[in-house]
Design a protein around this ligand. Structure first.
Ligand SMILES: Cc1ncc(COP(=O)(O)O)c(C=O)c1O
Ligand SMILES: N[C@@H](CCOP(=O)(O)O)C(=O)O
Length: 377
């Protein structure tokens, strides 16, 4: 019988090889996800200091409906939303919290539009530390606040924006004994670099023509550029894809700066978009983002909230789903093909930065009109 034959093969030697040499390696936190690239992220960090929740290793899906919608030959969606706290922040937060713990810190802090706070609260809890999160009183998705509280994050609500919270922390964190885990912390960028390493590895080191991503604080744009420079220097990729940064129209200081060829960024005092994660008026990483554009011959574009929600409906209906801010990537790609900047014969990876369930209010507000207008109309 087949079953007896199968069982007979499971002798001691075979099992020893399988479990001790192969499977045990693969089960280690370092074998998959972000930390498989440890040598490129933080070679000196002792392994026992790593605070991980098996982040990274998120899906890369070929999307026929995305390609049809955007008018490009091939579109892949990189679902960073599959990370443990539901956003791309985990790729970087595992690195910053690990580094903070190594330095002996146990009070971690951030200013946030909701995803950074949830990610920080989760990792701080795993590290056995405390997370102090500065959240604007208005405009943060309720589900993100609840998620942050659930992980034990201590909330400081204030009148103002992410930018004000960050400015406060940059001034006071040291005297408060807090370790800041916003993307002004270089370890966040080092961890987030792994996103493009993963994409390149999954695509057998042949990247598409474009990588398109939403831009807020511009940490991901900075990380993407740094990752690409390193892949090129190491000879792991030959061709560098062009990067397109998509901002929401109501919060687009970087796009305006690039469009006007201005020397420096003029902050947007009152950023306003329904894609609430992008309510950032003074992106701290704009200089690094400029370097990314220069290295990749990149572009910027802005899209309306309406365009964002229309693209989100396509992504949601494809079964992958995302929060509003993430859909800016596909909306931006559509705009770039329409204007001829992206050729219809070209291919693109769009980054989906946050999970569908991150903003339930937005789902409720838009489900009727967006589905009716764009899918069944
Ligand atoms: C879901 C989501 N997408 C995109 C962004 C923008 O990324 P970045 O701030 O790195 O530009 C953020 C946060 O800013 C976010 O939370
Ligand atoms: N969308 C972010 C805002 C930017 O945060 P940072 O971690 O890059 O400083 C959030 O979720 O808070």
């Amino acid at each position: 019988m087949q079953i007896e034959q199968d069982l007979a093969r499971l002798d001691g030697e075979y099992l020893k090889t399988l479990f001790h040499e192969r499977l045990s390696d693969r089960m280690s936190a370092l074998a998959g996800g972000v930390w498989r690239y440890k040598e490129l992220i933080h070679p000196e960090l002792p392994l026992e200091q790593i605070v991980t929740k098996y982040e990274g290793n998120t899906g890369l899906y070929r999307s026929t409906s995305g390609a049809v919608y955007a008018g490009a030959r091939g579109v892949w969606l990189k679902a960073l939303s599959e990370n443990p706290s539901g956003s791309f922040k985990d790729n970087g937060m595992t690195a910053s919290v690990s580094h903070g713990r190594w330095l002996g810190m146990n009070r971690f802090a951030c200013s946030s539009t909701g995803n950074t706070s949830a990610s920080l609260a989760m990792y701080a809890a795993i590290a056995g530390g405390e997370a102090y999160v500065y959240l604007p009183e208005e405009g943060v998705a309720a589900s993100k606040i609840r998620q942050t509280i659930a992980y034990g994050g201590k909330l400081v609500r204030f009148k103002g924006t992410y930018d004000d919270g960050l400015a406060y922390l940059e001034q006071h964190a040291e005297e408060l004994g807090m370790y800041v885990c916003n993307s002004v912390n270089p370890l966040r960028i080092e961890g987030q670099k792994s996103i493009v390493f993963e994409i390149a590895q999954y695509m057998n080191w042949e990247l598409p023509d474009w990588i398109v991503l939403p831009g807020g604080a511009l940490s991901n744009t900075a990380a993407l550029g740094k990752g690409l420079e390193e892949l090129k220097t190491l000879g792991l990729i030959q061709k560098v894809p062009r990067v397109a940064v998509v901002q929401a129209e109501g919060a687009s200081p970087f796009h305006r700066m690039v469009e006007q060829r201005a020397e420096s960024l003029v902050a947007c005092e009152k950023p306003k978009t329904e894609a609430s994660a992008l309510n950032i008026g003074n992106p701290p990483s704009w200089r690094k983002a400029l370097r990314t554009l220069a290295f990749t011959d990149g572009v910027t574009v802005s899209v309306t909230d309406e365009q964002i929600f229309a693209a989100k409906a396509v992504i949601d209906r494809s079964g992958i789903g995302c929060e509003p801010a993430s859909a800016a990537s596909l909306a931006g790609l559509k705009q770039l093909t329409a204007s001829g900047i992206v050729d219809r014969e070209e291919t693109a990876v769009c980054l989906l930065t946050g999970n569908l369930l991150k903003d339930l209010d937005a789902l409720q507000r838009y489900e009727q009109e967006v589905f009716a207008e764009h899918l069944f109309g």
